[in-house]
Write a protein that binds this ligand. Sequence first.
Ligand code: 13P
Length: 263
Amino acid sequence: MTTKTRSSRRRPIAIGNWKMHLTVSESAAVAQRLAGLLGDPRRVEVVIAPSYTALQSVGGVLKETGLLLASQNVHWEEKGAFTGEVSATQIKDTGCRFVLIGHSERRVVFGETDEMVRRKLAAALKQGLNTVLCVGETLEQHQSGQTVAVVRDQLKKDLADLTDGPSGKIIIAYEPVWAIGTGRVATAAQISEIHEMIRGTLSEIFGPASAEAVRVLYGGSVTPDNIADLATIENLDGVLVGGASLKPDGFATIVKTLEKVKR
Ligand code: 13P
């Protein structure tokens, strides 16, 4: 069986991470426009991750569409005295089916450790959420040739509890920190090499059959201009998009191009 046949079994996915942008009404308007442009995109899964404050309003807009809602973060406890945190039950209650976990901005800016990421993953999976585990190396680690070691270490630590699956609910997003918001995109060769290593590591953790079902995404300065090239990367199952997902027309182009190229 060729790699092409195997990867084509996984449904492509495009996730828009709106980070700390847009008010509640702006978020609803962007979601509405995007839904109008995309209709019901059956061949590509499309997921939007607005701010916590806009989850409910965007969830309301997406309810009538084929687009899905994600949270950008989650806490590992179900409830309690954790001022400023939001639980898996609470995000699920707003209509979220997905959650981003361990985004590099959480790790680098807010000091999230692999232990925290591991606990968040477990909590989200317990609620049946689809978890998008973000991994990736910093510029310094990249320049000193540590990319493979860093990403492998993150995967092993973050997925430590989950040796028996449920891998069907896990997506991995490879986002090199130096490519995020910089306009500097990893090359096809770099992405392909790291994605292959990620699948190999998943295979060690979950076994080959479960690892094969996991979608592996790339994120970092993805735009409507570079998506056509990125989408041709054989072992790329989709993209996690920051800045370019704030513009509905541009994000719709990203989704449609992914759909076309991954056909
Ligand atoms: P940009 O697409 O703005 O580089 O952000 C990538 C990212 O961090 C998505 O989670």
